[in-house]
Design a protein around this ligand. Structure first.
Ligand code: AVJ
Ligand code: FE
Length: 434
């Protein structure tokens, strides 16, 4: 019955919002208040900006747009508008204090839970299937990932802790798997909480290609470094070459060489670079250069999605590599359960029909594609989520990292960033034409 279906939606939305807030709380309670207002990197906002921005977006969409309420603190909207103020300028804004930010966000949440209990979940695209509630849970989780990046950039002793992910191993696995030529369905019109840029479902053709079974590992990337990959202009796109020259970049972010051994800084600790783990913190240019050095290329976004979703047995595209069921800890490294990617070859239960592993979770995977709208795209509910970023300036990343919550991760989910970015939890796998 519709009433029972609504109760399922309300429960799902409540769980997603509650899980997001638990993670926000963890990320903002594990350091002193002074660290919340500090700027740990000009690339990032102070953590306290993310905290109040989370509350402000929730107020704007769930209290004002959905429930028609008056603004509670209209004067702060502009302070927490990401487009008005670039990250580097945010520490100078009249920000709410840590205590005020916590109180504001929890006050908004209390009112939102009242709205969620009673508001109709039919009658407009914003509320159908509890979309706006799902969108706001995804928004908070995306900022939680951003805050985790800030934690990685911050100096000082570790503030976070988590058990290691399960082991992997590539013995017996082919280095690459084939995907035959043919059409497939890209994007979705069915996933209720899919964001505007994932829509609509449409047909695409892909020529036959091979794709790496696992993401490229640190060990493989070290071979590129040792072979002089960073000093050979042949492998680099011109803007990438310019960036590594100008900044003296010779290895992934957070790596350093000591006595001939590669070490890396990871959430307040330093450790030898684990050779069997997917490489992390590389720019699109570094991924692209590695692929060219290896005689290969990055997959296109369509190739990535076909490898992840297309089921040749049924001809359908599935929600995830393993099928239509939600992620579990046995299938993918998601949700900040671990503070690192799992070794290559982990999660056999998460393999896709073509045999590729770890397409979901572990590291965001750079693709060769620009972030562009699908045919039939319609901005919803606001142009600033996706539309203003379309174009050649941003490259698409797929699959999610260990820092992405399952609510903001699926086979159709699209992330994007500037090709110079390397503080994000980014890695890649390579491909080639068949
Ligand atoms: C989709 C991850 C690129 O963090 O800039 C957060 C998500 N949009 N608030 C970002 C987002 C508005 C966005 N990314
Ligand atoms: Fe935001």
């Amino acid at each position: 019955t519709p009433v029972a279906a609504d109760e399922v939606l309300r429960k799902r939305a409540l769980e997603a919002l509650t899980a997001a807030r638990a993670r926000t709380t963890l990320l903002t309670e594990c350091v002193e208040d002074g660290e919340l207002t500090a700027q740990h990197s000009p690339l990032m906002s102070p953590l306290v900006w993310d905290l109040a921005h989370i509350g402000n977006q929730e107020e704007q969409w769930l209290l004002r747009a959905v429930a028609g309420r008056e603004a509670i603190r209209p004067e702060i909207d502009s302070v927490y508008d990401a487009f008005e103020h670039p990250r580097a300028e945010r520490p100078a804004l009249p920000l709410l204090s840590p205590t005020e930010s916590r109180t504001y966000a929890s006050d908004i949440r209390g009112r939102v839970l009242d709205v969620l209990e009673a508001h109709p979940l039919h009658g407009s695209p914003l509320v159908d299937s509890a979309f706006a509630f799902g969108m706001i849970a995804q928004h908070e989780q995306q900022h939680d990932e951003t805050m985790l990046i800030t934690h990685q950039l911050r100096r000082g002793p570790a503030a976070l802790d988590a058990p290691d992910p399960p082991g992997g191993g590539t013995a017996g696995l082919p280095a690459e798997v084939p995907v035959p030529a043919g059409p497939f369905t890209m994007g979705t019109s069915a996933e209720p909480w899919a964001l505007d840029n994932e829509r609509p479902a449409h047909h695409r053709h892909a020529d036959a290609f091979f794709i790496d079974t696992t993401p490229v590992t640190n060990g493989a990337f070290q071979a590129f470094v040792a072979d002089g990959g960073y000093t050979d202009e042949r492998w680099w796109a011109p803007e990438g070459w310019e960036q590594i020259r100008r900044h003296g970049i010779g290895a992934p972010l957070f790596w350093r060489c000591e006595g001939g051994r590669w070490l890396r800084r990871r959430f307040g600790t330093t450790e030898p670079v684990p050779e069997d783990e997917p490489v992390l913190h590389v720019s699109w240019y570094e991924a692209d250069a590695y692929a060219r050095w290896a005689g290969r290329r990055l997959p296109t976004e369509a190739e990535w999605e076909k490898a992840a979703r297309h089921d040749p047995a049924s001809g359908r595209s599935r929600r995830y590599p393993w099928g239509d069921e939600d992620p579990t800890p046995e299938r993918a490294n998601l949700g900040q359960r671990h503070l690192r990617p799992a070794p290559a070859g982990a999660y056999p239960e998460g393999a896709s029909p073509c045999g590729a592993r770890q397409l979901i979770g572990d590291v965001w995977e750079w693709t060769s594609s620009d972030f562009l709208p699908y045919p039939g795209f319609a901005a919803f509910p606001y142009r600033e989520y996706s539309e203003v970023f379309f174009g050649p300036g941003h490259k698409v990343l797929r699959g999610g990292s260990f820092a992405v919550d399952p609510v903001a991760c699926r086979g159709t989910f699209r992330n994007w960033d500037l090709p110079v970015r390397r503080q994000i939890f980014s890695g890649f796998r390579t491909a080639r034409d068949a």
